[in-house]
Design a protein around this ligand. Structure first.
Ligand SMILES: Cc1cc2nc3c(=O)[nH]c(=O)nc-3n(C[C@H](O)[C@H](O)[C@H](O)COP(=O)(O)OP(=O)(O)OC[C@H]3O[C@@H](n4cnc5c(N)ncnc54)[C@H](O)[C@@H]3O)c2cc1C
Length: 405
């Protein structure tokens, strides 16, 4: 399909929306992004761009710019805080390894601050000619021969050939109450401690059963000349958030020190934000000419760390499907053949695996502690797990074929 002059309305200036808008506008489509924010801005802390997401950024000509900001990650390592015991007074020592993932060969991820990726995607979208309407809260879609977006205050956007819902997990389009998971986390961006004790190329985690988890991820710099930072996260049951607030900062720092003494200085300087996690897999096609991408289609806990990468893969897949077919409907069908199996697999695995790391269960983390560490060191399983965590299980990039991106 010729994309020149195609009218596209994208709801949501997140990772998926900005990536797709850039790719479409570079091929001559007339793209407008509508976002509720007063000015486009990123939400959240940092994450790992996996080889899948990096392959797309490479094709977009953005890989080197993001590599210059981010931090190469070669290993993900999780250990028990106490060698398996959670008895009071025994915590603090680094215990048994229960998660050990290295990238195959010289493969790696790149951990970035969300703002670094966002700034890069936003400037690419602007250079490509994407138009932005900010302060535009989308409330629904207006179906018809050519769909449009309904906006807050009874307004509507002009109709378009293609409407994309990229409004993330809380998209109001075809709203079904998403399943909120019992656990979320506190997230903070803190200065990277230059003189240790954390490894500059590793995601490190500590666990106590599945009820407590902390992690430190080096995420590089946000802008030229800015200091390198780390993302620090602390798992928290949603219903405990009020109690956590009432207990106060000192109590939290003590709790962090008990689980992972080396991380306590990060908690001391953190300005944490609480994030709740949702899990849903909605129907990807939301009406004639209307499609969901990214978290609007498939949201889950960030345990497998794929969400941002999956949003970019969705964007690339949809763009390529549009170029390889002769109508929007045919493009949707091809895009779904390219993406649906991978999405289904990761959504299922995420749902199954999350309770091993975030839940009130005592049995699941015990199974994890006994089985996962040793099995992930067996060569065959190690290969499988590293493909899973690096996002390459079922070869999503090969499935869409990036050659003509
Ligand atoms: C705490 C946390 C940690 C995470 N860690 C990782 C990780 O390590 N690795 C990883 O790959 N992923 C991670 N993720 C997931 C990742 O952030 C998401 O999967 C990804 O951002 C989804 O991109 P998206 O474009 O679909 O939506 P988003 O990036 O969420 O963007 C949605 C956009 O839509 C806009 N919007 C929403 N509602 C409306 C409305 N009604 N009208 C107009 N605009 C609207 C928002 O303002 C926003 O700009 C994490 C998520 C969270 C919350």
């Amino acid at each position: 399909m010729k994309l020149e002059g195609l009218d596209v309305a994208i709801a949501g200036a997140g990772i998926g929306g900005l990536s797709l808008a850039t790719m479409l506008a570079r091929r001559g489509a007339k793209v407008v992004i509508y976002d509720q924010m007063a000015a486009p801005q990123p939400i959240g802390s940092g994450f790992v761009l996996q080889p899948t997401g990096l392959a797309i950024l490479e094709k977009m000509g953005l890989h080197d710019a993001i590599a210059a900001r981010g931090q190469v990650i070669t290993r993900m390592h999780g250990a028990l805080a106490t060698g398996g015991s959670s008895k009071q007074g025994q915590m603090g020592k680094s215990g048994k390894t229960v998660l050990e993932i290295s990238y195959p060969g010289d493969g790696h991820g790149i951990a970035v601050q969300r703002v670094a990726l966002f700034d890069l995607l936003l400037s690419s979208a602007i250079s490509a000619g994407v138009r932005f309407e900010t302060g535009a809260r989308v409330t629904g879609i207006i179906e018809g021969g050519r769909p449009a977006l309904a906006l807050d205050g009874g307004r509507a956007t002009p109709s378009a050939d293609l409407v994309v819902d990229a409004m993330g997990a809380s998209s109001p389009i075809g709203h079904v109450p998403a399943r909120e998971l019992g656990y979320g986390a506190l997230w903070a961006t803190v200065p990277w401690p230059e003189n240790g004790p954390f490894h500059p190329h590793e995601l490190e985690q500590r666990y106590e059963r599945a009820s407590h988890m902390a992690g430190v991820l080096p995420v590089g710099t946000a802008r030229d000349g800015a200091a390198p930072m780390a993302t620090f996260f602390w798992s928290l049951r949603n219903r405990d958030i009020e109690e956590w607030r009432k207990a106060g900062r000192e109590a939290w720092i003590e709790r962090v020190a008990a689980l992972w003494p080396e991380a306590a200085p990060l908690a001391q300087i953190a300005e944490p934000v609480h994030a709740r996690y949702r899990h849903h897999t909605r129907k990807p096609v939301a009406g004639r000419g209307v499609i969901r991408i990214g978290d609007a289609w498939h949201a889950t806990s960030p345990q497998l760390g794929q969400g941002a990468n999956m949003a970019m893969i969705d964007a690339a897949s949809l763009l390529l499907a549009l170029t390889r077919t002769t109508s929007v409907e045919e493009a949707f069908a091809l895009h779904l053949r390219q993406r649906a199996p991978h999405v289904w697999l990761y959504q299922t695995l995420s749902l199954v695996l999350t309770p091993f790391y975030q839940s009130d269960s005592r049995i699941l983390p015990a199974m994890r502690d006994i089985a996962i560490g040793p099995t992930t060191r067996m060569p065959f399983v190690r290969q499988l797990v590293s493909r899973l965590v690096t996002g390459d299980f079922m070869s999503p990039i090969k499935r869409i074929g990036l050659d003509d991106l």
